[in-house]
Design a protein around this ligand. Structure first.
Ligand SMILES: NC(=O)c1ccc[n+]([C@@H]2O[C@H](COP(=O)([O-])OP(=O)(O)OC[C@H]3O[C@@H](n4cnc5c(N)ncnc54)[C@H](OP(=O)(O)O)[C@@H]3O)[C@@H](O)[C@H]2O)c1
Length: 237
């Protein structure tokens, strides 16, 4: 299988890359920086997802020069943005988070539609923050709830692909280490994720990658465009 992964350089994306390569797949990775992984079946492009024309050129190089048409796409790259009240969140901070977490995915999905390519499965990496509306998750929560709707809307346009917005649950990544620097007395919802660190409630990126990959067929039974929380799956993968 050929798999396109955005944000393959670290965290969940790096976990997916490692596990997929080990299983004999080809991975097309799109991140700002180079990942640590080196493998003959890993093709990397390093672009800033803010730059829409660079994203399109990188996709053309990955798909046409490397001749790897993806069967599966993970739109995983994401940023946290400030943990702050909405009032204290500047519009440019909101716009940056929306650009990376939402609009960059539109650029990628439009590229596939424009090139008449229909990967069998497209998974956008969402978050429980998309639906919880907890104090302080401002730009991140807005971006992930918009990502859920983006996924639902594109399900109408990708007639031959299955789309899913997948919340992975807590995963021990750089994003979580940033969240541990934020005050849970000011933002009470952070308490549970601070407590989860170092326990089975916050698995490693590789553990989550296995769980995602082992459930790919199950995901396809859901309505295309749905939102699904991986923590509700019975299979630990
Ligand atoms: N960790 C969790 O508990 C958790 C929970 C729910 C959802 N998620 C979601 O899971 C996804 C992955 O997050 P993570 O926890 O693995 O975080 P991470 O370790 O910080 O990884 C984020 C990835 O996104 C890439 N990225 C960010 N900004 C970029 C940009 N402007 N251009 C290109 N690439 C960019 C990063 O590449 P560079 O390092 O090269 O910038 C990196 O590969 C995100 O969508 C996040 O919202 C995570």
């Amino acid at each position: 299988m050929n798999v396109l992964i955005t944000g393959h350089s670290s965290g969940i994306g790096a976990g997916l890359t490692k596990v997929l390569l080990a299983a004999g797949n080809h991975v097309l990775g799109l991140s700002k920086s180079r990942g640590a992984e080196t493998h003959p079946n890993l093709y990397q492009e390093n672009v800033d997802l803010q730059n829409e024309s660079e994203v399109s050129s990188a996709l053309s190089r990955l798909v046409y020069e490397k001749l790897k048409k993806p069967d599966l796409i993970f739109l995983n790259a994401g940023v946290l943005g400030p943990i702050a009240s909405l009032q204290d969140t500047k519009s440019e901070e909101l716009q940056y988070v929306m650009q990376i977490n939402v609009w960059a995915n539109k650029v990628i999905l439009d590229w596939f539609l424009n090139h008449k390519l229909s990967p069998a499965q497209i998974i956008t990496i969402s978050s429980g923050a998309a639906i919880r509306g907890n104090f302080g998750w401002s730009s991140y929560a807005l971006s992930k709830s918009t990502l859920n709707m983006l996924t639902q809307l594109y399900a109408h346009e990708f007639k031959n692909s299955h789309l899913l917005a997948l919340a992975p649950g807590y995963v021990d990544t750089k994003m979580q280490s940033v969240l541990r620097t934020k005050s849970s007395s000011k933002f009470p919802s952070l308490k549970s994720l601070h407590q989860a660190h170092g326990t089975a409630h916050m698995p490693s990126p590789e553990t989550i990658a296995y769980k995602i990959i082992n459930n790919l067929a199950e995901f396809k039974k859901l309505k295309s465009g749905s939102y699904f929380d991986l923590r509700t799956t019975k299979s630990s993968g």
